[in-house]
Design a protein around this ligand. Structure first.
Ligand code: IPD
Ligand code: CA
Ligand code: CA
Length: 263
């Protein structure tokens, strides 16, 4: 078994285990919500999921590094690096809305490309997987981006940063420019699922600023392996820590970038 196949196998099992932990606390009165800020929440389920993922990854791959949203993590040198979002869509989760997931992406080295990605939606039992050069899959079946060629016939997804109340660069300008030009824009509340939805053709595209490596690492590979395009707002190679990302079916990419770059 290759390194990538072994990582994908483990990631699927670990994401399923983490998904079970999330489902146990979902819509449960015992779930404890605390506030990083008024709009940025964290629950005990985020932490339980991350603890589980950290333990399992450390056991299976002791020489890999881990970057995880809720602060567990370790630097094991310049080998593979796991980017872990133990619960993407926390605000949905805390409100009992069934749109959240576990996202696990792996890069080769700290600055290297994403080589493996798994996004698991436990509410729908949807497991999205991709390995570098190996295609993108939903529950084992190959998926591809949509064939829509015009923004006017597209549904896009986006999100807004947690500091939107104090930061003028909060995506409302871009939202206002793009909304009249498309069929619709969805704000689903999980960046990883937004990207998985681009990969399997449900959305034509997704953009967001202020986004973090653990939100998008797996999604970047899924969209690319499904035949789509992923860049920064000016068409550059996306920087996982760069905070600005556009992911589309490729066919509407340049139209979207024109609207994103007009500030
Ligand atoms: C958030 C979600 C949301 C996006 C935010 C992310 P979290 O992640 O992906 O859709 O708009 O930028 O921070 O906090 O639920 O893991
Ligand atoms: Ca997230
Ligand atoms: Ca999270």
């Amino acid at each position: 078994m290759t390194d990538l196949a072994r990582m994908e196998d483990a990631a699927r099992d670990i994401a399923r285990g983490a998904g079970d932990i999330l489902l146990k606390g979902f819509r449960s009165a015992s779930t404890v919500v605390s506030y990083k800020s008024r709009t940025n929440l964290v629950t005990d389920a985020d932490r339980a999921s991350e603890d589980f993922i950290y333990r399992e990854l450390s056991d299976a791959f002791p020489d890999h590094s881990i970057v995880a949203e809720e602060g567990s993590g370790k630097d094991a040198g310049d080998g593979f690096v796991w980017y872990v979002d133990p619960l993407d869509g926390t605000n949905n989760y805390a409100h009992g809305i069934d749109q959240f997931c576990v996202s696990l992406g792996v890069t080769r080295g700290h600055a290297g490309p994403v080589v493996m990605g798994v996004i698991f939606d436990p509410c729908r039992g949807e497991m999205f997987t991709a390995t570098e050069g190996g295609g993108a899959f939903l529950n084992g079946n190959a998926v591809a981006v949509s064939e829509t060629g015009e923004l006017g016939y597209s549904i896009l997804a986006t999100g807004f940063p947690y500091d939107k109340d104090v930061n003028e660069d909060n995506n409302l300008r871009e939202f206002g420019r793009i909304m009249p030009r498309v069929q619709g824009i969805r704000r689903m509340g999980s960046a990883a699922l937004d990207m998985a939805s681009v990969a399997c053709g449900r959305f034509e595209g997704y953009w967001e600023r202020g986004i973090k490596s653990w939100d998008i690492a797996a999604g970047v590979l899924l969209v690319r392996e499904a035949g789509g395009a992923v860049t920064g707002y000016r068409g550059e190679e996306p920087d996982l820590n760069g905070g600005r990302i556009a992911a589309t079916n490729g066919r509407v990419h340049s139209e979207l970038l024109k609207l994103l770059a007009s500030d």
